[in-house]
Design a protein around this ligand. Structure first.
Ligand SMILES: [Zn+2]
Length: 441
């Protein structure tokens, strides 16, 4: 045997010998340098309940493992006994940076406003938001510069300008122009605003959907009616972005949605926002709302001339449509169509963070179980919006975005308000009103 090769063969034996005699340091464990969150009841985002006696192992911002049994010494332990640990919530239909308080328009567009809204979502446990349209360019800058391993606010995905080409021939050019911003989604509005505008005709939305497919982007559709929803599904939309609000959903719609596993974001709180400020809403006394509310905005919304703006034809229509929207959501859900929690928060008086909790409470009130609402707001919201490979469940390889709660959300979805910690990429965020359940061993 040549000398060099002989030495190589001997080296492993030498290492074993050193270990046995206690020389040298022990080899690193598979969890070396990781953090183990221990003592909590963990829900990973699956169809089952909690894992007990299991540690969530996080390294480099991502879930490394779910581990039962003893932990090696080279892991940092964070004891969160008594807490419930669940994936961060995902809003599948929000809007970021388009309003500030009750104002909209270019004068209020700023990077600081975008960042503040991402912080606001995160403070309420919304760790990812899919912003479906009309964002300022500063929102794209924020997305592009967001460090996924330390995002400092909700993770952001964007649609950009809502497209309304005048005819089918110009559709492709509009999509191509938008591609300069690298949108995650394309968004269209197919609606006549209660008969006050022209509805986008099927050949036009068909051409936008075809162009979106050509550029490899999914398309989300704003619509109101059952017939428009069906037309959009036949044309190939990838998301129904609001509830059907003019008629009960039927088997034809259910089949069209199930055929290609297309999801719906009910945005029930969007309907609420159209009429609720005609009088002083009850939630203006809710401490969970008030902790982030701007008193000037609340004053403005209680001025009589402002209250009058929340009355009239649109207010009456959507107030009357809300019970139908809820019933349709439940029918679709029970028929196996996936409901992705989405609120349409972000425009004036649709309060980011708080409205997501109101939406989930309304979903529970409509008849979904707390576990079904949780799945809708985590795994399904992620999978329905194309980000399920990154977030939505606490699965090895995904970002460790999670919430700590001191009450069980599977008993009552309102317990999602009992936040004691909010982690993005495994790092607890600092919010004055969130106590941060952490004890170092
Ligand atoms: Zn919207």
């Amino acid at each position: 045997m040549p000398l060099l090769s002989g030495i190589r063969h001997c080296l492993p034996l030498l290492c074993v010998a050193l270990l046995l005699t206690g020389c040298g340091s022990p080899p690193p464990s598979p969890f070396a340098g990781a953090t183990a969150w221990t003592g909590a009841r963990i829900w990973t985002g699956d169809d089952e309940g909690y894992l007990e006696d299991t540690a969530l192992i996080v390294r480099d911002g991502k879930v490394l493992a779910l581990h039962r049994g003893d932990l090696p010494d080279d892991v940092q332990v964070r004891d969160v006994s008594g807490q419930y640990l669940i994936p961060g919530l995902i809003n599948a239909h929000g809007h970021v940076g388009m309003a500030r308080g009750l104002e909209t328009g270019p004068a209020i567009h700023s990077r600081a406003n975008v960042e503040a809204q991402l912080q606001l979502y995160a403070r309420y446990g919304i760790t990812t938001v899919i912003s479906l349209g009309d964002e300022p360019e500063q929102a794209f800058e924020a997305r592009d510069e967001q460090n996924p391993a330390d995002p400092h606010g909700a993770r952001l995905f964007l649609a950009g300008d809502v497209l309304h080409p005048p005819d089918a021939a110009s559709a492709r050019g509009k999509v191509e122009a938008l591609m300069r911003m690298n949108p995650d989604w394309i968004k269209i509005r197919v609606d006549d605003h209660l008969g006050t505008a022209d509805k986008m005709p099927p050949d036009v939305y068909g051409a936008v959907i075809d162009a979106s497919n050509e550029f490899g982007r999914p398309l989300a559709s704003h619509m109101v009616t059952l017939e428009d929803a069906k037309g959009l599904l036949r044309a190939g939309t990838h998301l129904i972005a609001h509830s059907v609000r003019d008629a009960p959903v039927d088997n034809e719609l259910i089949e069209l949605m199930r055929e290609r596993d297309i999801c719906i974001t009910p945005t029930l709180t969007r309907e609420v926002s159209v009429f609720v400020y005609a009088e002083r809403p009850d939630f203006f006394d809710d401490p969970f709302f008030l902790k982030a509310a701007d008193p000037d905005v609340l004053d403005a919304l209680q001025a009589p001339e402002m209250q009058a703006r929340f009355t009239g034809r649109a207010a009456d229509y959507y107030r009357a449509a809300l019970p139908l929207a809820k019933a349709n959501m439940l029918t679709l859900h029970e028929a196996g169509v996936r409901v992705a929690m989405g609120t349409d928060s972000g425009p004036p008086a649709r309060f980011q963070g708080y409205f997501e909790h109101m939406e989930m409470a309304m979903m529970q009130e409509a008849g979904m179980t707390p576990l079904e609402v949780l799945i809708s707001a985590t795994r399904d919201a992620a999978e329905c919006t194309g980000v399920g490979d990154q977030v939505g469940t606490l699965t090895p390889g995904k970002w460790a975005d999670f919430l700590l709660l001191d009450a069980d959300p599977m008993q009552d979805i309102h317990h999602l308000r009992r936040l004691t910690g909010i982690a993005l990429a495994g790092q607890l965020q600092q919010f004055d009103d969130v106590p941060h359940a952490t004890e170092h061993r």
